[in-house]
Design a protein around this ligand. Structure first.
Ligand code: ZN
Length: 126
């Protein structure tokens, strides 16, 4: 396998003040995020950023939280996935990390997006 250089993408929402909570999330990077660049396939940061914003907001909505901001790292480095994926050491995050590492073992050249998501205080305006 080839370890690719991690790509970091920040998702801002304009929400001010201190975040109220934090979670991690890991998703497989879909093929549609890659575009041909000089004969090889490269990750399109604009596409990835737009989709990760939607993913971040959807993840928040699914647990009744509102996104404050998020930081995503796209990588296929199992060590980095483990380090970033365990920033929130709860059962759900551990299970997600185990699944993600298994997916990476099956497809070592596939990339994962590891997200750190911060939630806004309830009722805070954007
Ligand atoms: Zn967690």
């Amino acid at each position: 396998m080839t370890i690719t250089e991690p790509l970091r993408l920040n998702i801002a929402t304009g929400r001010q003040g201190e975040p109220a909570g934090f979670d991690t999330a890991i998703i497989k990077v879909p093929a549609r995020w890659y575009v041909p660049v000089d004969g090889t396939m490269g990750l399109a940061a604009v596409i990835a950023g737009a989709e990760l914003r939607k993913v971040s907001e959807r993840l928040g909505a699914s647990i009744d939280e509102t996104l404050h901001h998020a930081k995503w790292t796209i990588t296929n480095d199992p060590g980095l996935v483990r380090e970033l994926g365990l920033r929130h050491d709860c059962l759900a995050c551990r299970a997600g990390l185990d699944q993600a590492l298994a997916a990476l073992r099956e497809n070592p050249d596939g990339e994962l997006a590891v997200g750190h998501l911060w939630w806004a205080q309830q009722g805070s305006a954007p």
